[in-house]
Design a protein around this ligand. Structure first.
Ligand code: RB5
Length: 131
């Protein structure tokens, strides 16, 4: 059975969230999109909390959070037990976030990444095991 991956973003990252959700589906994952679906201004905790809570409780193994800088999403997610959320801006950082830090939530700074870069980061994070 395909692994379910959670994904959520605030208004600053809706477009990138759509692209990464499509990429995850193409890679064979089941994607559960927790919003937001509009560019209307939102509060990032409203999207980080449900995702982090599910990871924390073991209802899903991995998740992807996106906002403008990645910072707000990471602040919120890392308050939850068992969540290791890593703000990641390059494939090299994604590799280390997995191999050294066992990051189970990938946090992306949408305003500072090209789509191509974000896809490379996502793929690296998905493929790299914890050492
Ligand atoms: C929204 O403008 C922006 O503050 C938010 O996406 C995020 O960067 C917060 O950390």
């Amino acid at each position: 059975m395909a692994e379910e991956i959670l994904i959520a973003a605030d208004h600053a990252a809706v477009e990138l969230k759509r692209k990464l959700a499509a990429e995850l589906k193409n890679l064979g994952f089941k994607v559960r999109d927790l919003g937001t679906d509009s560019t209307e201004s939102t509060d990032y905790p409203d999207y980080a909390q449900p995702l982090a809570n599910e990871i924390s409780e073991g209802k899903a193994k991995r998740g992807v959070l996106l906002c403008g800088t990645g910072l707000g999403m990471s602040y919120v997610a890392n308050r939850y037990p068992n969540v290791r959320a890593a703000v990641t801006w390059s494939p090299e950082v994604a590799e280390l976030a997995r191999s050294h830090n066992d990051a189970n939530v990938l946090v992306l700074p949408a305003r500072f990444l090209t789509d191509e870069n974000a896809v490379q980061i996502l793929r690296t994070w998905l493929d790299t095991p914890f050492e």
